[in-house]
Write a protein that binds this ligand. Sequence first.
Ligand code: 5AD
Ligand code: SF4
Length: 520
Amino acid sequence: MSIKEEQHIAHKTIYLETFGCQMNELDSELVQGQLTALGYIFGDDRESADVVLFNTCSVREQAENKVLSRIGKLGIAKKNGREVVVGLLGCLPEREGKRLLGTYPQIDFICGPSELDRLPSLLHNAMVGEMVSAAERSALQGNRSRRSSSLSAAEDNLELLDLSRAFDPDFRQQSGKSAYVRITRGCNKFCTYCVVPNTRGAEVHRPPDTIVDECRALVKSGTVEITLLGQTVNHYRYTHGIAMNAEGREVPQIGPGISAFKKPIEENQKVTTFAMLLRKIHDEVPELQRLRFVTSYPIDFGDDILNTMRDCPRICNYLHVPAQSGSNAILKKMNRGYTVEEYLKFIERARTIIPDVEIAGDIIIGFCGETEEDYEATRELLRKARFKNNFVFHYSPRPGTVAIDRFEDDVPREVKKRRLNELLALGGEISESVHKAYEGRVVEVFVERLSPKTSQQKGVELKWEQPSIQLSGRTGGDLICVFDVESHEKATLLLGTLVQVCITSSAALLLKGVLQASEC
Ligand code: 5AD
Ligand code: SF4
């Protein structure tokens, strides 16, 4: 970089706001590390930053509207003379691409989730005002061939971006005690309502050794808990072999690509499955205290994975495995590839092999053609599955999906709203009884933060009363648990550690207890 170029970056402040899933949170973390290393400074003031970046989500319309309203306000500010570079990252620009640049001149550049390694140059060009054409202002997967399974890990800059955090000591320190590690990019499922396969591309699996190295490096710098990320983690399958890159050179294969998890294993071909990957991380990184993963797909989930979870004490007994609907007709329309009976059989299998497993679900309510009967079937599924919590979303028709083209979004808004509220209430009752069953038990809790109760008390003088300090963390089954400690010193000592807590009371989404050292 020339001195002139460096001057453009030095002390420039960036405000980065993230919408959507854990994948986006990880992407934002990586982006922040990458740009910090170049000299940019991240801050929380959107009004005064030199650069505003939105890492966007396209899964539901509401998330997109939020970003577009922010963009609208920035447009007005720019018209009024504010000098700010605006960049749109993630799924929204990948989906809407050039149209956004045309409609919103205040957007300086766009960058899809599979092209984040190109962000520094896009941002730099925007800072020095060198971008003229729309092509120069956009990095989208659609602009070049899909990142393919034939790219070697070492040659793929996106892979290097994933690794950057683990191997950069400065950056590593910011990652904290709990970290995400990506194992798979993209999705091959094509559920009819979902934009993800379009915005994040085809399934590509990262090499197991790279993943283990990344986990090891994170743990070495203080990470206690790692969550493996993928849209369908149980599809993870890495085929060790030889592939050609675009120049015809032999490179190690990064992953098997489309529908690879269904491919038979050929003789002499070495394959690492998800169960093997879990055990490998568990055994080869013994200092890692907690290993979890999201999100699982209800089919293609073998006993090998469940047995590994049962046998490896540091793998958390937690599954997030969305059902999406409790009606077979709706599941078929969604192209989920399983029936309610198969889903429930999976849940039963999981609970038989891992008796104390906790399961969370997702439901989309009001999908095209959903009748009152379909909805009742979903209520029935909830009663049987007994999720520790269940996320419920209104169906939101998304451009580019099969559902928007083929089916009518015919469930009236008020009906969606009623079903959503009723389902949340039912889910709440079930969560309450799941949590109640923990009363009197001792659970291991990973202490994450001061609970909101304590944060609100900060700075409030309670005169003669000794303010109680409440810590909040999660059990292996992902239940939120709070407990009190007597001093800030003690709280600081316990943050980021695993403690034993005896549960004394509970609510729908909360356990409350006392540190086991005290009376239970
Ligand atoms: N409308 C509503 N919810 C959706 N999800 C995915 N696509 C849509 C959509 N078009 C939900 C699913 C998924 C979660 C991440 O978002 O429940 O599991
Ligand atoms: Fe979307 Fe279905 Fe893939 Fe999940 S599995 S990301 S819902 S297409």
